[in-house]
Design a protein around this ligand. Structure first.
Ligand SMILES: [Zn+2]
Length: 446
């Protein structure tokens, strides 16, 4: 189902352009997730519907028998393989990657993670399976408090070493951008340490890291019964960490067991005064107005959403806020309340999928598995979950130049040994990766 009306057919061919790329990917099938190539997930009028004659959309924005030209770390040209073929003699063989009909997608984006933390909570997993309740575990110093104390104790090098393993697992499956939250420090020094480790992970492994300040994650034991005083501290720490270049966005946990919408609003006001975008852990266990609050602040994303109401969905649609769905937490908690997928579709709210990698409710370091869970547990389509790990995940992080294959975007690309894009969400436990390019450079090891 090659789209014959896409813009590449109208693109003027300029010989000097076609001979000046740093790298070429040829003989490729592309899942572009770009509107320029017909990606329009809300348009039911897809191109295999022969009766449709206008506004056709192309699943995955796919473009077969195609090629990509890369220059200065960016996608400089996208077109048909036939167009570039006569110019291949201008290139050294090491500049050309013939992918032999395999598929290329944008680099995957994991837009909601807590991968930087100290300690290990498999003992709690064991205890719960032997009948211990969450209350029993909390009474013995378990739960989030144990992660906070292990994270506070670990020095920067130890925290880096523990977190790096989780990052590498994501990278091995084609993740080229990842969001990393703080929120297990709950004091200024440890929140800073977590954010610094997140930045260092990105630098060392040459992937994009978006950092998110999540000090409003839980109430630290030293502020028991003094949540308002703690929020005051959270508001004071934010400008300090922002001035150190450690904060790209601000998040909170708005829930009966965490912070009220009034408390989160105080943090958001500080974020707004610093021009920082906001997002929120919303409606996971109940609805106390979290998504409505995110929408009020034109937030990037509202995340979890099992208890989201349709009125709030309309507000998210109006504020262009992405719905980030986290099936790994739903699975781990054996939740039964599904997020309102049909209403999100109806109001055309972009949906992203993420691992929510964290030691308590989602110890998951596979975005491919999260995509499969999105289909199996949340009834999303394969196109929705792939868009949810690329173009919509980029939107959830405010990254306009990532998540799609389009001229001008960053050359973050993944090569897959698959027959169809749906294979990425269909297969469980198989990693069909065949190559990763970040900012125009092939990674040596995958
Ligand atoms: Zn989370």
């Amino acid at each position: 189902m090659t789209n014959t009306t896409n813009s590449t057919d109208r693109m003027p061919i300029n010989d000097s352009t076609l001979t000046s790329f740093d790298h070429l990917i040829i003989n490729a099938n592309l899942a572009t997730f770009s509107a320029q190539y017909g990606f329009d997930i809300y348009n039911d009028n897809q191109s295999d519907n022969q009766s449709a004659n206008q506004n056709k959309s192309t699943p995955y924005g796919q473009l077969e028998n195609a090629a990509i030209g890369i220059k200065d770390g960016k996608i400089a040209w996208v077109g048909m393989y036939e167009q570039i073929k006569p110019h291949l003699n201008h290139y050294q063989s090491e500049q050309i990657k013939d992918v032999d009909g395999n598929w290329v997608t944008p680099g995957l984006i994991d837009c909601h993670t807590h991968i930087v933390y100290g300690g290990n909570r498999s003992n709690e997993f064991e205890a719960r399976l032997q009948g211990a309740s969450y209350q029993d575990i909390a009474a013995q110093g378990g739960g989030i408090v144990s992660t906070v104390s292990a994270t506070r104790k670990a020095n920067e090098e130890e925290l880096f070493a523990q977190s790096e393993k989780r990052l590498l697992a994501l990278i091995k499956e084609g993740v080229t951008s990842v969001e990393i939250k703080s929120g297990y420090g709950l004091d200024l020094d440890t929140e800073r340490k977590m954010l610094k480790v997140a930045r260092t992970l990105g630098d060392k492994h040459n992937i994009h890291v978006s950092t998110t300040y999540l000090a409003a994650h839980a109430l630290p034991p030293e502020y028991k019964d003094h949540a308002d005083d703690y929020i005051e501290q959270v508001c004071q720490w934010l400008p300090i960490l922002h001035s150190e270049g450690l904060v790209d966005a601000v998040d909170g946990f708005c829930e009966n067991i965490a912070f009220s919408s009034e408390q989160i609003k105080r943090v958001f006001d500080v974020a707004r005064s610093l021009d920082l975008p906001v997002k929120l852990h919303s409606e996971q266990l109940s609805n106390i107005g979290a998504s409505a609050l995110v929408a009020e602040y034109q937030g990037l994303s509202s995340d979890h959403l099992e208890h989201l109401a349709e009125d709030d969905i309309k507000k998210m649609a109006a504020s262009n806020t992405v719905a980030v769905l986290l099936p790994g937490a739903f699975y781990t908690l054996r939740d039964t309340k599904l997020p309102p997928i049909e209403a999100l579709r109806k109001h055309q709210v972009p949906m992203a999928i993420s691992t929510d990698c964290n030691p308590g409710t989602s110890p998951l370091t596979s975005l491919l598995l999260a995509m499969n869970m999105g289909c199996t547990l949340f009834y999303l389509t394969t196109e929705e979950v792939l868009a949810g790990a690329t173009v919509h995940a980029a939107q959830a992080l405010g990254l306009a130049n990532k998540g799609k294959i389009e001229v001008g975007c960053d050359a973050d690309l993944v090569l897959w040994d698959i027959a169809r894009p749906a294979d990425l969400a269909y297969q469980i436990g198989l990693n069909p990766i065949a190559g990763i390019m970040v900012q125009g450079k092939w990674r040596e090891t995958v």
